[in-house]
Design a binder for this molecule. Structure first.
Ligand SMILES: *[C@@H]1O[C@H](CO)[C@@H](O)[C@H](O)[C@H]1NC(C)=O
Ligand SMILES: *[C@@H]1O[C@H](CO)[C@@H](O)[C@H](O)[C@H]1NC(C)=O
Length: 138
């Protein structure tokens, strides 16, 4: 319910064009916002480990944080989606993330078990958050 509440509040604020208000709102409430690019930099992927340097509460981008994307991404019939413990790497290969300011995860994934590997991509920024200097996903 927290995620749904957060989503609808943020969506409502975004629709009204109050982006700065949305950011303050998230910080004040300590809630995750699915937009790590706002407060992180220098991210990269190594295997399934996504690492970024995010804002510390005292400022700067000094907080290094890592997240196993298998906890965040699933391969759903050849389409990458944001899903808790999705373990996309079991059926995807040759994955890479476009360097900052890009955030697109591109892989080759199977549509069906034992099927051919076909290109699939997904914007991590729609799934991964910076929660007080820690990368997080649903
Ligand atoms: C954020 O991190 C700071 C420093 O580690 C900590 O004092 C604070 O309680 C954290 N806030 C939340 C909402 O987790
Ligand atoms: C990537 O991960 C491997 C295995 O944990 C590690 O040995 C290597 O140093 C890492 N490379 C980078 C660039 O972090």
């Amino acid at each position: 319910m927290v995620a749904l509440n957060s989503l609808s509040k943020n969506t409502a604020l975004a629709l009204s064009g109050a982006l700065l208000t949305a950011i303050s709102f998230t910080v004040v409430n300590g809630e995750a916002q699915k937009d790590f690019k706002l407060s992180c930099q220098s991210w990269f992927l190594n295997g399934t480990t996504f690492t970024a340097f995010c804002n510390s509460p005292s400022g700067g981008f000094g907080v290094q944080s890592s997240l196993d994307l298998n906890r965040c991404i699933a391969n759903f019939n050849g389409i990458l989606v944001c899903a808790q413990n999705g373990f996309y790497s079991q059926s995807c290969r040759n994955c890479a993330v476009t360097p900052p300011p890009g955030s697109v995860l591109s892989c080759e994934c199977q549509e069906v078990f034992s099927g051919p590997f076909i290109p699939a991509s997904f914007d991590l920024n729609t799934c991964v958050s910076d929660l007080n200097g820690s990368l997080a996903c649903p």
